[in-house]
Design a protein. Structure first.
Length: 326
């Protein structure tokens, strides 16, 4: 699972004419057919802490306490590159949390975005130091008590707006408050996420190629939302020596960390991918097939690096030795 938890970047329309992992014309079907029955299902909820502050004041914002991210993985100052503030219109904090957990926060609901690039040399910043992509804004005058807005602070890895958030904290400006200091909370414990891998139908696949994966029949992602076909930008194959499906399900946050080997196919569009083009993430070696002497579990995921949630769009268990197909 990617470590990104929420994305607010402008939607980028990817070309459907080219596919980094496939040369199959759109009208030609692959021989390994993914369907909804092969996909996992997930549930997620967020509980983001709130700091009440003075209204229309310049705040001191610190991230000194951030030691781990939303998936409880450790972070250091080198992992934190961007501090951002979102002003979200006409949604309560609970509605914002629900939308983020479901990956359904609309750009139309984000009424304002400010940021400051940060590095390991500092752990605090003034709210007034945030800008709109370098354009100075009188932030304190815009940061006011209002029933119409929710304010959300994010600390992220990378500087692409909204991508790679590691933790977050709601701000609540209140006229009666005199507090001008905010400590952003560490991430672990905010996200409650579970995945069901046991109920899916494993995807049969031959041990020897060809393996032309085709996912045009998949209609929903793991959360039950429509599939964002145009945003899918990778396929990952994973092998987990000595591990069961239950092991993967129990350690879903660490599904990349506990893998024996991961192979990736990078995509630029389309709905098919040639798995023979997959490369070992660590060594770059080509994928050689599913015929192994050691026992374990095979996993395949369709990933989306610019989606609002880090969960793969599709995650299935592979059953090598079958004739292929869903």
């Amino acid at each position: 699972m990617s470590r990104d938890i929420v994305s607010f970047s402008v939607v980028v329309t990817l070309s459907l004419a080219a596919c980094g992992g496939s040369s199959t014309p759109p009208s030609v079907r692959g021989n390994v057919l993914l369907a909804d029955k092969n996909n996992y299902s997930t549930t997620a909820s967020l509980t983001v802490p709130t700091v009440e502050t003075a209204s229309a004041m310049d705040l001191d914002v610190c991230w000194t306490a951030v030691s781990d991210d939303l998936q409880c993985h450790p972070v250091t100052g080198m992992d934190l590159n961007n501090l951002s503030l979102l002003r979200i219109s006409h949604l309560t904090q609970q509605q914002v949390q629900d939308a983020l957990a479901d990956g359904q926060l609309s750009m139309a609901q984000v009424a304002g975005y400010l940021e400051k690039h940060i590095d390991a040399s500092t752990t605090c910043a003034k709210l007034s130091e945030l800008s709109f992509f370098g354009t100075a804004i009188d932030v304190p005058s815009e940061y006011v008590e209002s029933e119409s807005f929710s304010y959300l602070l994010l600390v992220s890895k990378g500087t692409v707006p909204g991508i790679g958030a590691r933790t977050m904290t709601f701000l609540k400006p209140t006229a009666s408050s005199t507090n001008t200091h905010v400590d952003i909370s560490t991430g672990c414990g905010m996200l409650d996420f579970s995945a069901d891998l046991a109920s899916l139908t494993p995807l049969a696949i031959s041990t020897a190629g060809p393996w032309m994966l085709d996912w045009r029949d998949v209609t929903r992602d793991g959360q039950g939302n429509p599939v964002p076909f145009e945003k899918i930008d990778g396929v990952t194959i994973g092998f987990y020596a000595g591990k069961t499906v239950a092991d993967l399900q129990a350690h879903i946050f660490d599904i990349e960390l506990i893998a024996t080997t991961l192979w990736d196919v990078k995509l630029t569009g389309g709905k098919t991918a040639d798995l023979s083009l997959a490369a070992d993430r660590a060594s770059g070696a080509a994928f050689t097939g599913f015929d192994r002497t050691d026992t374990g579990t095979w996993m395949l995921a369709l990933t989306c690096s610019r989606c609002q949630t880090p969960a793969p769009v599709v995650l299935t268990i592979l059953a090598p030795g079958g004739a292929g197909g869903g």
